[in-house]
Design a protein around this ligand. Structure first.
Ligand code: GLY
Length: 371
């Protein structure tokens, strides 16, 4: 195990411990270096719970497992929430991870509710899942949805329900068809009109035709994870090509501009949360190449994940327990002026998850517990 990752992981656990003692609700993003919190978990509550599970896995602390379960159970208030596609984010690192660690059946209804909520937002005319129910966002799906689809597969496997699994695969294929461009960059948004004519666009990226770096990170991780669940080679092939695009468009220091249009433009902020997601996604790709007996590719993607994690550890890991989250220099939504050069709960979670994958890579080659 790499010593610098062990130290970084321990430093991360200290921040989680501090947050656990001081937070009164789920942390979402920071504003002026302080967490904005909410009581229902927004779309990021699963990540905070997931961080507690990673902590419990490291320490084996039974009290911490109880605390992680209490946070996960607070997400019961989302079991009937059909206003967002973010069901995998909400119920994955919280309840799927919690169930796999504890085998406690109390997690199962939340997992199935998340899948049910995805089904209720499925738009059969397009074969896609509506992203948000808010007015003004009609007819929109986003590339990030690939991260949420495994909740459908997991629920389908447990209930022996082929429909959930078919919709998971069908939506993944359609995101692949409509959001992934020929050069393996991605559209953030796939939208349709009243006659279901489909086109690409953006919501959080610079422009319709640009490549929003966090969307690319969600896509590379999401398709690799979909391969892990479905065994479908087309998803793995797409994941690797998306990861190649991401790697080829990084700034010189291996951190991404918030949109790849601004590669190496020092006047534009980086998005460290994209770095966290991409690092853990590349570590997953390395794990998958390893079980495919391709050690050379496994080593290549492992070394790329490590390079990103080193860069983040050096430039983005917190300096002060009381300010920001664990990872600084994230951009939440540049075009709408939200969370610029702040922390975001997903940036924190995936940094720890990426370190966890690489820290234990020689012990458990494939991290089966993770969502
Ligand atoms: N839609 C999730 C994100 O902002 O990355």
């Amino acid at each position: 195990m790499d010593q610098s990752f062990i130290q970084a992981y321990d430093k991360g656990l200290k921040k989680i411990d501090y947050m656990k003692r001081t937070l009164t609700g789920f942390p979402h993003i920071t504003k002026n270096a302080q967490w904005l919190i909410n009581q229902n978990g927004h779309w990021t509550g699963g990540f905070w719970t997931g961080q507690l599970w990673l902590d419990a896995l490291e320490t084996g602390d039974e009290d911490l497992k109880k605390e992680a379960k209490q946070w996960a159970m607070r997400l019961k208030c989302r079991m009937d929430d059909c206003t967002t596609h973010d069901q995998g984010f909400i119920f994955g690192p919280s309840c799927v991870l919690g169930y796999r660690i504890t085998k406690d059946p109390e997690f199962l209804p939340l997992i199935h509710a998340g899948a049910e909520n995805m089904l209720r937002q499925y738009v059969p005319e397009t074969g896609l899942i509506q992203a948000w129910a808010d007015s003004g966002y009609e007819g929109i799906s986003i590339v990030d949805t690939v991260m949420n689809l495994p909740i459908l597969w997991i629920s389908g496997e447990r209930l022996d329900d082929p429909i959930r699994k078919e919709i998971c695969v069908g939506v993944a294929r359609n995101i692949q068809k409509y959001a992934v461009r020929k050069d393996y960059s991605t559209y953030h948004v796939v939208k349709w009109d009243t006659e279901f004519r489909i086109s690409g666009d953006t919501h959080q990226g610079y422009s319709a035709e640009s490549c929003w770096s966090r969307g690319q990170a969600w896509a590379l991780y999401g398709f690799a994870n979909l391969y892990r669940y479905t065994g479908m080679e087309e998803f793995f092939d797409t994941a690797v090509r998306l990861a190649e695009y991401y790697w080829g468009h990084l700034n010189e220091d291996k951190l991404p501009a918030w949109d790849f249009t601004f590669q190496n433009n020092q006047e534009m902020p980086i998005d460290a949360s994209a770095a966290s997601i991409a690092a853990s996604g590349m570590a997953l790709i390395a794990e998958l190449f390893y079980i495919k007996n391709n050690k050379e590719a496994a080593d290549l993607w492992g070394s790329r994940a490590d390079a990103i994690l080193y860069a983040e550890t050096e430039k983005c890991l917190y300096k002060d327990l009381e300010r920001y989250g664990l990872i600084e220099h994230a951009v939440v939504d540049y075009p709408h002026g939200s969370g610029i050069d702040e922390s975001a709960e997903y940036g924190d979670y995936y940094y720890m998850e990426g370190l966890y994958r690489r820290k234990y890579k020689d012990v458990w080659r494939v991290q089966k517990l993770l969502y």
